[in-house]
Design a protein around this ligand. Structure first.
Ligand SMILES: NC(=O)c1ccc[n+]([C@@H]2O[C@H](COP(=O)([O-])OP(=O)(O)OC[C@H]3O[C@@H](n4cnc5c(N)ncnc54)[C@H](OP(=O)(O)O)[C@@H]3O)[C@@H](O)[C@H]2O)c1
Length: 257
């Protein structure tokens, strides 16, 4: 149950992508566990309307970079929680991210590949969107008890682990995300001392994002989205508030800053 000992509801941002969709399937299974009292529910937020095959999911439409739309989403979630007496939100997962720009421009091999526009777009998806999700959705978490905010980061965001260079915008935007998560964890601990705020490295996963780079992945190291989501749920389930502010890989190991 993601480490929660009572029914909980969850907000997932970016469930149209490979890993986000697999995390949605995993989460719906876990919030569906009914015990006495309120039952859990999942709110899935995407920039395009998404049809869900699950009964315990409310699909909401908001652009992760549009604050008016995010604020409207918060009101819709509050109203739904109240009217249906769903269990409180204890889990927020952000699976939004981009390696290529919307014009298909791939990660830079060298400084010559950088443009202001493409760099801004990649930073917006990987760092700004999770920061705005934290700003708008964290106030929905109860003040006491275990709660989790996690955003999908990447090992290449680790500065000390950078052996190969390249991928300027993606690397730097994930490093920025990791700093945002660390800073959020400090602010969050003042009002919600039991909260956990982390980044997650999902491994190399067979999705649209990684397609052009899969040929070089060693045998057995390319996970399906379902496999990765299962590993990530196990990792999240084992985390405690002492882990807040860090980044963890799919196998539960910490990723160095
Ligand atoms: N796949 C891997 O090997 C791998 C490895 C390390 C880290 N990650 C990270 O895992 C996360 C999920 O990746 P994935 O592999 O599942 O990729 P994916 O299938 O391409 O999904 C990307 C998701 O991000 C959303 N998105 C992208 N740009 C956005 C924007 N500007 N505004 C709002 N939503 C946006 C997409 O929404 P639309 O459907 O609306 O475009 C989609 O839901 C990313 O943060 C990625 O960096 C992946």
């Amino acid at each position: 149950m993601f480490g929660f000992d009572a029914p909980f509801s969850a907000i997932l941002v970016g469930t149209s992508g490979g890993i986000g969709n697999a995390l949605l399937a995993e989460t719906t299974k876990r919030v569906a566990v009914k015990t006495a009292g309120a039952s859990g529910h999942v709110f899935a937020i995407n920039r395009q309307k998404q049809r869900s095959q699950f009964t315990n999911v409310t699909s909401l439409t908001a652009n992760a970079l549009n604050e008016d739309q995010l604020a409207e989403t918060v009101e819709a979630i509050k109203s739904d929680l109240k009217h249906n007496q769903f269990a409180p939100i204890r889990l927020i997962l952000v699976a939004v991210g981009a390696l290529h720009t919307s014009h298909g421009k791939g990660p830079e091999k060298s400084l010559r590949g950088i443009t202001a526009h493409s760099m801004q777009e990649i930073f917006a998806a990987n760092a700004v969107a999770p920061a705005l999700a934290a700003k708008h959705f964290l106030p929905l978490l109860p003040k006491s008890g275990r709660t989790v905010f996690a955003a999908l980061s990447a090992r290449v965001g680790s500065i000390s682990d950078n052996q190969l260079g390249g991928w300027y915008s993606y690397r730097a935007s994930k490093s920025a995300l990791n700093q945002i998560l660390k800073t959020t964890s400090i602010e969050l601990s003042r009002t919600r001392p039991d909260a956990i705020c982390v980044g997650l490295h999902p491994g190399t996963v067979d999705t649209k994002l990684s397609k052009p780079f899969q040929a070089n992945v060693p045998d057995g190291k390319l996970f399906s989205a379902e496999q990765s989501a299962d590993y990530l749920v196990q990792t999240l389930s084992g985390l405690t508030k002492e882990n807040s502010g860090q980044v963890f890989a799919w196998d539960g190991s910490p990723v160095p800053a």
